[in-house]
Design a protein around this ligand. Structure first.
Ligand SMILES: CC(C)(COP(=O)(O)OP(=O)(O)OC[C@H]1O[C@@H](n2cnc3c(N)ncnc32)[C@H](O)[C@@H]1OP(=O)(O)O)[C@@H](O)C(=O)NCCC(=O)NCCS
Length: 279
């Protein structure tokens, strides 16, 4: 049991903590009430739930310790509120587990683990492959708010603008065909943000679900560490199950959700923000 607990990823440990705290009908009800009413006092909650104050306090303490419920004010003005990003992180974790049930089995010999994929720095002549793979991601509408398809020439300029601190990596199969790319991107031009890097990962349609994204992300994180970054961040659609799963497996945690952040083909789209501190 000890070994299993020490083998938990931060995302798993966080999900477990939340599930334990939520593991009773009363606590679920408290969370629902506070979600609807925004801020509630203890007496209001006790009345709505028909609970004694002492019993309510015990449940509120458990929810607070898990980070679900926040407290503001003192005495009769003591209010209980909800941190929605904590619930979002649990939803994203469970969504990733759900995604795993749809994982397909690899034909023998096609996994990067078999030595089939090489990760290397991008060269200028990779621009057409980067454009092809990026355009697939843009057309799929599952990955990015970008809607403008890119030309090899435009990607060549983009590549040239990426310096050693912001590398672009290529995943190439044993036949030399590019099957994915990943990059570290400037998060914000202000100097105080120099320790934070944004990241992108795109895998060719025909090569998804075979661990290419995993191999790219492993190499990208190693490069971010080598470049001295303190943190990696990214934005993803909450519906992008393979992406969220991949990021969570690499220890990225959900910071929160921008609701209705983009208007894509006439529909509002939410965006999940994720981060990993590189200790
Ligand atoms: C997201 C993306 C980069 C992941 O790369 P990948 O090579 O397909 O990912 P991997 O094979 O390394 O697998 C990632 C995880 O998602 C799971 N997964 C793969 N396909 C899935 C699917 N269709 N549904 C649910 N889960 C899926 C895998 O099982 C794996 O989890 P596991 O290792 O715990 O089993 C790739 O799918 C992609 O390029 N998509 C389009 C562009 C995109 O979304 N980029 C990210 C923008 S934020």
């Amino acid at each position: 049991m000890k070994r299993l607990e020490s083998a938990q990823t931060p995302a798993e440990a966080r999900a477990l903590r939340l599930l334990r705290a939520l593991g009773s009908p009363v606590r679920l009800r408290i969370v629902e009430i506070v979600a609807v009413r925004k801020d509630c006092t203890g007496p209001q909650l006790a009345e709505e739930l028909g609970l004694a104050q002492s019993s309510l306090f015990e449940h509120l303490t458990a929810l607070r310790e898990a980070g679900l419920i926040e407290v503001s004010g003192e005495g009769p003005n003591r209010y209980y509120g909800l941190d929605p990003s904590v619930l979002d992180s649990l939803a994203a974790y469970l969504g990733g587990v759900g995604g795993r049930t749809r994982t397909w089995v690899l034909p023998a010999g096609t996994s990067p683990g078999d030595g089939g994929i090489e990760i290397r720095d991008a060269r200028l002549d990779d621009a057409p492959a980067i454009a092809r793979i990026y355009n697939q991601g843009i057309e799929d509408r599952t990955a990015t708010l970008e809607t403008e398809l890119r030309s090899p020439e435009e990607r060549a300029e983009w590549l040239a603008a990426h310096d050693g601190r912001h590398p672009v990596l290529m995943a190439v199969d044993s036949a030399g065909v590019a099957v994915g790319w990943a990059s570290l991107n400037r998060f914000n031009a202000r100097a105080a943000y120099d320790h934070v890097t944004d990241m992108s990962v795109f895998v060719a349609r025909e090569s998804r679900g075979r661990g290419v994204g995993d191999a790219l992300l492993t190499a990208l994180e190693a490069r971010a560490r080598a470049n001295g970054y303190h943190k990696m961040v990214l934005a993803a659609f909450p519906t992008n199950a393979p992406g969220i799963r991949l990021y969570q497996r690499h220890g990225l945690l959900v910071v929160g959700t921008y609701h209705e952040q983009g208007l894509l083909d006439g529909r509002w789209v939410d965006v999940v923000v994720m981060e990993k501190i590189l200790r």
